[in-house]
Design a protein. Sequence first.
Length: 116
Amino acid sequence: MKRKSLTKKQRVEIFDAHSGRCHICTRRIEAGELWELEHCKPLWLGGADEPENMRPAHIKCHAVKTAGEAATRAKSDRVRAIHLGIKTQSRNPLPGSKASGWKRRMDGSVVRRDAQ
Ligand SMILES: [Zn+2]
């Protein structure tokens, strides 16, 4: 996804709109401290790439937040893939499981799953 780049003016406006506070640790961003604009609702969660969804944050706070989200993001991707029916097939499925392609009937006979 292409991210919009903001003008200097827009960055100053967003900074002022949040009274120059880091939205993660709520501490003031002091002169000379490194900060960047952060998406309040992450893009991967459907957040808008718009100034209204952006908050100033210290670079350090932001890095910690991004790292903390990695597991959640991966899980959300996996759940979504399952929802969409995208499966990765196991190379050696567990014998007797659905993925093996075989099933045992109530009478004990073993048949292919597609066979009725
Ligand atoms: Zn901070």
